[in-house]
Design a protein around this ligand. Structure first.
Ligand code: TAP
Length: 452
């Protein structure tokens, strides 16, 4: 059985990819169990060196990985290069973890009490199609650093960079079986990660619906799970903000990766007194957003991932009050022009994740209203606050129920700071200084020191 890959910028089929069955997953997990035992027994410095060698192999193949992502996912070449180098940086960052996974020494009577961070064993990582390389690395780098083996399932639509990363790991000297990329469907390969007794932790990134199902399956197996799910993040613009700067930054915050980003600021909430002025400033910024051939260095946004996804995104514009749109190429490929919609609070476009280049703009009255409106969604992943008032920036950032916020900027992801969502956006955190520890279980050992 195979799956046909389509270039989203042309709509043309270009490769068949193998679909693994349950027996193949089980065989991979069996190999991972064996590899993990030797890996965990290595000296911490040896694991660190191996991860640094893997990082160097990725650095030496940044252009190749980036070109694969342009072809398979339609990411602009500049973004794809950033994503590949991000993988190397994440590996280098967590290469520091094996030698820093210190336990505690706890005072007790009659002996010595210490804790150890023990790896789970085999970790299963399920990756979506929107950022195939980076999201994979947020799981596999800290998991490997903590002494686990990893089985990784890329999305069926976008497996190529993950498969190449698996090859590079072997070329860099990682042991056979330690990091395996298994292509296939979510319902077979992904579900087997959930049900297999030797996969001791699952990391899932994708839709809230499937993530909830994965969590329920993991609960039945008493298996810990990390979930990174959808978002409907607010970009809150107060009247006292630098409006020119906020408007210039807004397209990038929602249209990057064609809006197929769980952190996309897909709701712009604007204080009513500056609502008209903000829209005047936003219109030329959207018109200037460069949509086109992802292979060109100048391109800021490529196509959507598939024809089916384009239909889903388009369905959000039915009956919507479109204020203005940017441009997109005509013809083959899954193109969709950036779109700005004026929305009411109950509109579907204001509440559901579009996962495409469509942003809803809504007015608010005051600070309390802004916080209430920002929180008026099932999600709680990211968000931005634009204000020149420091006290307000602190109050609003504490009031918005989201895991990742930025003030006067739209940054969401730095590999050395924690990332993850509240409410329907997820469970647990990735990245940051503690991520390797999240791939371990604490063991407490008491050593009696009584002489008798
Ligand atoms: P999902 O269906 O959730 O797929 C995400 C990953 O889970 C893929 O690898 C998928 O495999 C796998 N999967 C699917 N069903 C599974 C199951 N029953 N058990 C275990 N794994 C399973 O997402 P999607 O269809 O790609 O996108 C749908 C919507 O999800 C998007 O429109 C967007 O709203 C949201 N989404 C969010 C994110 C982030 S970063 N939070 C990323 C992507 C999508 P296959 O690819 O083989 O089906």
């Amino acid at each position: 059985m195979t799956f046909t890959l389509i270039d989203p910028s042309t709509g043309a089929a270009f490769r068949e990819v193998h679909r693994a069955d349950v027996e193949e997953v089980d065989a991979a997990v069996a190999r991972a169990v064996v590899a993990q035992r030797s890996w965990a027994a290595l000296a911490p410095v040896a694991r660190a060196d191996a991860l640094r060698a893997f990082a160097r192999a990725v650095e030496e193949h940044i252009d190749e990985l980036a070109r694969l992502e342009v072809l398979n996912s339609g990411h602009p070449i500049g973004s794809a290069r950033w994503e590949a180098s991000h993988v190397a940086q994440v590996l280098n960052f967590y290469a520091g973890a094996p030698e820093r996974l210190s336990g505690q020494q706890i005072p007790v009577a009659g002996g010595l009490d210490v804790t150890f961070h023990e790896p789970y064993g085999v970790v299963g990582i399920i990756v979506p199609w929107n950022f195939p390389m980076t999201i994979a690395s947020w799981g596999f780098a800290p998991a490997l650093a903590a002494g686990n083996a990893v089985v990784l399932k890329p999305a069926e639509l976008t497996p190529l960079t993950a498969v190449r990363l698996g090859e590079l790991a072997l070329e860099a000297g990682l042991p056979e079986g330690l990091f395996q990329v298994i292509t296939g469907s979510g319902s077979i390969v992904g579900q087997r990660f959930v049900s297999h007794p030797d996969v001791r932790k699952v990391v899932f990134t994708g839709s809230t619906a499937v993530g909830t199902d994965v969590a329920a399956g993991c609960a039945r197996e008493l298996k810990p799970v990390t979930l990174e799910l959808g978002g409907k993040s607010a970009n809150i613009v107060f009247a006292d903000a630098d409006l020119e700067k906020a408007a210039a930054a807004a397209p990038g915050a929602v249209f990057d990766n064609a809006g197929q980003d769980c952190c996309a600021r897909s709701r712009i909430l604007v204080e009513r007194s500056v609502y008209d002025r903000f829209l005047e400033l936003l219109e030329p910024a959207v018109a200037a957003w460069r949509v086109g051939d992802p292979a060109l260095e100048s391109t800021e946004m490529g196509p959507l991932i598939s024809a089916a996804h384009r239909s889903t995104v388009a369905s959000f514009l039915e009956g919507a009050d479109v204020a203005f749109r940017g441009s997109a190429p005509e013809g083959d490929g899954f193109w969709f022009a950036p779109t700005v919609v004026l929305a009411g609070r109950e509109d579907r476009i204001a509440r559901e994740e579009v996962f495409g280049p469509v942003v809803a703009v809504l007015p608010f009255d005051d600070e309390a209203d802004a916080i209430a409106l920002a929180n008026d969604t099932a999600y709680g992943l990211a968000g931005s606050i634009w204000t020149e008032n420091l006290g307000r920036a602190v109050r609003v950032s504490r009031g918005v129920k989201s895991g990742v916020l930025s003030v006067n900027s739209h940054s969401s992801v730095r590999y050395w700071t924690p990332f993850g969502g509240m409410k329907a956006s997820g469970l647990g955190r990735e990245l940051g200084p503690d991520a390797a520890e999240h791939f371990t279980e604490t063991k407490n050992v008491f050593f009696a020191t009584d002489a008798s």
